[in-house]
Design a protein around this ligand. Structure first.
Ligand SMILES: [Zn+2]
Length: 315
């Protein structure tokens, strides 16, 4: 029964792509955002510009990943990771490397796309789901994974039922400390979400202190945003792209946190341009979150490496 329910939900989600891909926000400079993605409000006022991250790091290769590009399937995965022409979130993209850490986590390895270990793990994942086990990453495999990831977001499940959660009462919100806000920004979130965030950052400091060589690591640059302020910003800035994006952002729940995971030179921490998202997806901060955030109840909208939602309370 549970399996059937999940399948039904998957079909439901597949039929509501607009709802199933909602995330948070795009920041300039940015090309036209994907039509299928919800946009809530303009980003926070630009804080003082900190030095950007350095150049993107080469792929992390763990022991057990095997040779790189040593067989045709690994070679093809390496090529499509950079070249696949597709629209996984309604906007044309080239390659799937931005999603590679998430995909690798899904199939249970920490290996780059062009490794033998990646292809082998992908074959096992495909077999376990009755899919052709060719070890090749492509659109159909990704969409199956994406459906699972989106199902794990309570906000998306709620939206898929045609509902938009009411914002929490004022007294359910707590203000983060200045050191928790990005560049001292004042942000508010539900108390439970902030508490979980604090447990998560404490664990990161203990388990992966190297992450914090970047002093902005995991700082919150946006959290609760009231529907009213989102609507005002939409009207003022004309940056709404449809009513839903302006009226039902996950940020209205007080459960969504936009976390600093790095940024490419010249871009803000929430710029959705592809080079920025690719850069962010390869940072140690994001990779740690992919591997660990679930322990603290946080799930990610994969199009936006910075957008995390706490699942400890209903939206
Ligand atoms: Zn967000």
């Amino acid at each position: 029964v549970k399996v059937k329910a999940r399948q039904s939900l998957r079909f439901l989600l597949a039929g509501t792509m607009v709802l199933a891909t909602v995330g948070c926000e795009t920041k300039k400079p940015s090309p036209k955002p994907p039509a299928s993605r919800e946009q809530a409000a303009p980003p926070p006022k630009a804080p003082p510009t900190p030095p950007p991250d350095g150049p993107a790091q080469p792929p992390v290769v763990s022991a057990g990943c095997g040779a790189l590009a040593a067989d045709p399937v690994s070679q093809e995965n390496g090529r499509t990771a950079d070249m696949l022409a597709w629209r996984p979130f309604g906007r044309a993209e080239s390659g799937w490397r931005t999603y590679a850490p998430r995909v690798a986590h899904e199939i249970g390895v920490d290996c780059p796309p062009e490794s033998a270990g990646f292809a082998e793990a992908l074959r096992a994942w495909q077999r376990s789901r009755g899919m052709p086990d060719d070890g090749r990453m492509g659109e159909s495999v990704f969409l199956a994974m994406k459906a699972r990831w989106q199902e794990n977001r309570p906000f998306v499940r709620t939206s898929a039922r045609g509902l938009c959660p009411a914002p929490p009462a004022d007294d359910a919100l707590e203000t983060a400390t200045p050191s928790e806000g990005y560049m001292g920004k004042v942000v508010q979130a539900r108390a439970g979400a902030l508490e979980a965030y604090r447990r998560m950052t404490a664990a990161a400091r203990e388990e992966a202190p190297e992450i914090f060589s970047d002093p902005n690591a995991l700082a919150i640059f946006s959290a609760f945003r009231s529907p009213e302020s989102d609507a005002q910003r939409c009207a003022r800035d004309g940056n709404c792209d449809g009513v839903r994006r302006a009226t039902c952002s996950p940020h209205r729940t007080g459960l969504a946190l936009d976390l600093y995971v790095g940024r490419a030179p010249g871009f803000g921490p929430d710029s959705s341009v592809d080079p920025n998202r690719l850069h962010q997806s390869q940072t140690p901060i994001y990779r740690w979150l992919v591997a660990n955030a679930e322990r603290f109840g946080f799930v990610n909208y994969p199009f936006e490496p910075w957008h995390w939602e706490w699942t400890g309370e209903a939206p």
